[in-house]
Every structure is written in C-alpha cells, then in structure tokens.
Design a protein around this ligand. Structure first.
Ligand SMILES: *[C@@H]1O[C@H](CO)[C@@H](O)[C@H](O)[C@H]1NC(C)=O
Ligand SMILES: *[C@@H]1O[C@H](CO)[C@@H](O)[C@H](O)[C@H]1NC(C)=O
Length: 231
C-alpha cells in the first residue's frame, strides 16, 4: 500500500515533469534554416506522423504530413520526418508539435516553442562631442544600432561600468523604431553627462544581447567615445 503510494507519487512527478520538460525552447536566427526533429518517428518512409504549427503565419493550427504538399517556401517535412524551415522569419515564432507513431506502435510527441532573434549591427556614435565642459550638462553623442530583433538595449559604459541614468549627472534619451517591412528594430540613445573636474572621459556604447538570444553574443560589438574635458 505504502509502496503503491510511493510509486503513484513518482508516476505523478514523472508525468508533470513530462509536461514541463515537453516544451523545448528553440531560438533561431532570422534568415537561417531551422530543422526540428520529430522524436520517435521512423527514419524513413512510410511514417505515421503529423506536424502541427501555430505561428504568426497560421490561422489556428496548420497541419503538415510527409504525404502532404510542402507549405510554399515556409516549411516542409523531410524524408526522415524532421520539419525544415528553409529561412526563419519573425512570423515563424510560435508553437510546433509533432506526433509520431513508431513501427512498433509507440506514440511520441515533440513540442517546441520557437523564438527568433537577429544580432544588430555594430553600434555607431553619430555627432560625437569633441570636448566636454566640467560642471554643466554636455551632449556626448547619439549611439545608433540597426537591425536587431527583439529590440534589445543600448548601454553606455565608462571605465567598463554601465552608466546608470540618474537624471542629474547622467541622462539618456532613448528611441526605438521598427522597420515597417523587415520588422527589425533600430535603437537610438542620446547621452548627456555633467562631468566632474579632472581627467578625460572615455567610454563606449554597446548593445546588450537580445533577451531570448541564447546564441546572440552579448556586448560583442561596440563603438568608442572619447572626449577631452575642458577644464
Ligand atoms: C521555455 O520558456 C518558457 C517561457 O519563457 C519557460 O516557462 C519554460 O520553463 C522554458 N522551458 C524550458 C524547458 O526551458
Ligand atoms: C533529418 O534530416 C535533416 C537534414 O538532412 C537533419 O538535419 C536532421 O538532423 C535529421 N533528423 C534526424 C532525427 O536524424
């Protein structure tokens, strides 16, 4: 009885674990191919399997099977049962499910949650100040980064530390724009500082990795700013 309860508890734990672990999160780079495996599917036809997609391109669920036609240039089922998206786009974010039955009749489900990302271009500082005056607010410049997804952030750094806008010595004015066709983001960040007396100001502007971008490198590109302090 007690043993049965323990086994029952384990079954419950395993089944809950199954539902939680069942959703695999995938991040895919925009414009690159993506292959999702249909777990438990026979490696070659004939196969009993079905892909179901719910993304920005579908109305409710779109169903794809090995026997059916490919979905234009969006997605198709490969001979081994995996799903191929030849070039991932923003609209492909969503849920992908496959249900396969093995030759011995065992059913396996695969669930994927797909997010996409794009690494923005190297940030550039436009209109940089050539010198700063101590004790008064100065515009250092505007940092611009184009073509990222999701929007991400721009940071200003001084001596390797992120400058935190405090509305007094440091203030930042940010603007995020979305390209109407590509859906990619352009960030603008204008930095104002009130330098204390002493020493030149040297820092940089850097992009922060995208929130979901497991593979997006963080702060990998940066642009330097350097201003002499007018004392
Ligand atoms: C996938 O992402 C969701 C939401 O972002 C999270 O709740 C879940 O735990 C993640 N799953 C895995 C297996 O990492
Ligand atoms: C199926 O084929 C594709 C393309 O050749 C490959 O990328 C993928 O890993 C294969 N899937 C399995 C489960 O072997």
């Amino acid at each position: 009885m007690a043993a049965g309860a323990v086994v029952g508890a384990w079954m419950l734990v395993l089944s809950l674990w199954g539902t939680v672990m069942g959703d695999q999160n995938i991040t895919a780079r925009i414009g690159k191919p993506l292959v999702l495996n249909c777990k438990g599917a026979p490696k070659k036809p004939p196969q009993q399997l079905e892909w179901k997609l719910n993304t920005g391109r579908t109305e409710a669920w779109k169903v794809l099977s090995p026997q059916g036609d490919p979905w234009d240039s969006v997605a198709r089922v490969l001979p081994n049962g995996s799903l191929l998206l030849p070039a991932v786009g923003i609209q492909d974010e969503g849920t992908f499910r496959c249900r396969a039955t093995s030759r011995s009749g065992k059913e396996t489900k695969s669930n994927y949650r797909v997010r996409v990302y794009q690494i923005p271009g190297k940030p550039e500082i436009v209109d940089p100040a050539s010198e700063l005056m101590a004790g008064v607010p100065n515009k250092v410049g505007t940092c611009v980064s184009e073509g990222g997804y999701p929007a991400g952030t721009l940071n200003w750094l001084l001596d390797g530390k992120t400058l935190i806008p405090d509305g007094k010595g440091v203030s930042v004015k940010e603007e995020t724009k979305r390209h109407p066709k590509t859906g990619l983001f352009t960030l603008h960040s204008e930095l104002m500082v009130t330098p204390a007396r002493g020493g030149p100001q040297r820092g940089r502007c850097a992009t922060e990795g995208s929130p979901v971008g497991g593979r997006a490198r963080r702060g990998s590109s940066s642009s330097w700013w350097y201003c002499d302090l007018d004392l």
